[in-house]
Ligand binder design. Structure first.
Ligand code: LLP
Length: 380
């Protein structure tokens, strides 16, 4: 069956995942990792937590980066070994900390003094020792959308760089904690490698500062953030992992026996997923043509929330192109996928594909307007 024909038989709106592309992406990532000593990637579950995809990702030996107790449980259910699970987040609830301790995960990435105190308290009560890394907010601008910038002083994330000394003093009194590393994550959809260069240099400085106090760090975790090309999904379906890892290899001073960790989400899964929808109506005003889809901002929030660009294509038509605002059925003016989009002339029933929606698409979908959650289909 032709792909167009097959897609036409799916119940829309839905996500469609290209498993062959995901395999190829994972082969590329693991191939690049092998070039370096002790480099490891934890897949960021928040980007896409679909169990079918998670099982495949886990089978390539990646660890998991989680930000909630439920993500930890999902990761374990899907085959990620607890000793490869890291757990970040500025607001870890007591039950989530207990879940992490009960499962003996690799490491908590701690984001504040009060959080460190509570993890110490809960671990003591449970007779456990919690392995922790300090998530440092290095005050580096990631030059990305303000809502996905996390490493500047205005942001809620991490321990501020000027508080490190205070935290190290506190840790000396925390008998149920073991400091094993440092963690950073400065933002998402980062396309300038200089940001990662700067991050490596900052990590070098902090590491030197801590070495003076004889603090050894078993691993440094640089978070995620590698950006991808949303403009031309067919040209560059696999992110530039080679350049990304090489930047850290060039600038970060990895110590003997030290491991280097990453938490990639978007770069692994974004290109593998498309949002598939049907055109319900074509509507015209004096100035505009609207293609009204059966998918809405509840299915894919990124354009409404971050003014994000996704390539949109009408795969049912070869009529001459026209210009449309591509909108959804939700009662909000922000419910659009793109404005002034050029695509083959649209009729009711045509299939419209919103590309590169595999990351932060399905996971951010909601039941707003009491709509159903989007279904998911897989190429194999
Ligand atoms: N590690 C931590 C601690 C994170 O907070 C994130 C993403 C990642 C890793 C993975 O970053 P990635 O490699 O995917 O860039 N919903 C937004 C993106 C939010 C990112 C949140 N944190 C979007 O749709 O663009």
């Amino acid at each position: 069956m032709e792909l167009t024909e097959y897609i036409g038989s799916l119940k829309t709106p839905c996500y469609y995942y290209d498993i062959a592309l995901l395999r190829k992406t994972l082969e590329t990532v693991t191939g690049e990792l092998k070039k370096y000593k002790d480099y490891q990637v934890h897949y960021a579950i928040k980007a896409n937590a679909n169990p079918v995809l998670l099982k495949l990702i886990a089978s390539y030996g990646l660890g998991a980066d989680c930000v909630s107790g439920n993500e930890i449980q999902r990761a374990i259910e899907c085959g990620f070994p607890p000793e490869k699970i890291v757990y970040a987040g500025v607001g870890k609830s007591d039950w989530e900390i207990e879940t992490a301790l009960n499962n003996n995960i690799f490491c908590f990435n701690c984001e504040s003094v009060p959080e460190i105190e509570i993890i110490n308290e809960i671990a003591a009560r449970m007779n456990k020792k919690a392995r922790i890394a300090l998530r440092i907010n290095p005050n580096i601008d990631a030059h990305t959308h303000q809502y996905i910038t996390t490493g500047t002083e205005e942001s809620k994330f991490g321990i501020y760089i000027y508080d490190i000394e205070k935290v190290i003093a506190l840790l000396k009194t925390c008998n149920s904690l073991e400091l094993i590393g440092l963690h950073f994550h400065v933002g998402s959809q980062i396309t300038e490698m200089e940001v990662f260069q700067k991050l490596s240099e900052t990590a070098n400085d902090i590491q030197q500062q801590l070495a003076k106090e004889e603090i050894e760090l078993g691993h440094i975790n640089f978070g995620g953030g590698l950006g991808i090309d949303y403009q031309s999904p067919y040209n560059e379906p696999i992110a530039d992992f080679a350049n990304y890892f090489a930047t850290f290899a060039d600038y970060f001073e990895q110590q003997a026996g030290q491991k280097v960790h990453f938490e990639l989400g978007r770069a692994i899964i974004a290109h593998c997923g498309d949002l598939i929808s049907k055109v319900l109506y074509v509507k015209e005003s004096r100035t505009k043509k609207f293609a009204v889809l059966d998918a809405g901002m509840n299915d894919l929030l990124r354009p409404a929330l971050y003014q994000a660009f996704h390539k949109i294509e009408n795969i049912s038509s070869d009529k001459p192109e026209e210009i449309y605002d591509v909108v959804g059925p939700i009662c909000e003016s922000s419910d659009f996928f793109g404005k002034n989009i050029r695509m083959n002339a649209v009729s009711r029933g045509d299939i419209v594909v919103v590309h590169t929606a595999g990351a932060y698409g399905e996971t951010m979908s909601s039941r707003y307007n009491l709509r159903e959650l989007p279904l998911s289909y897989f190429s194999e």
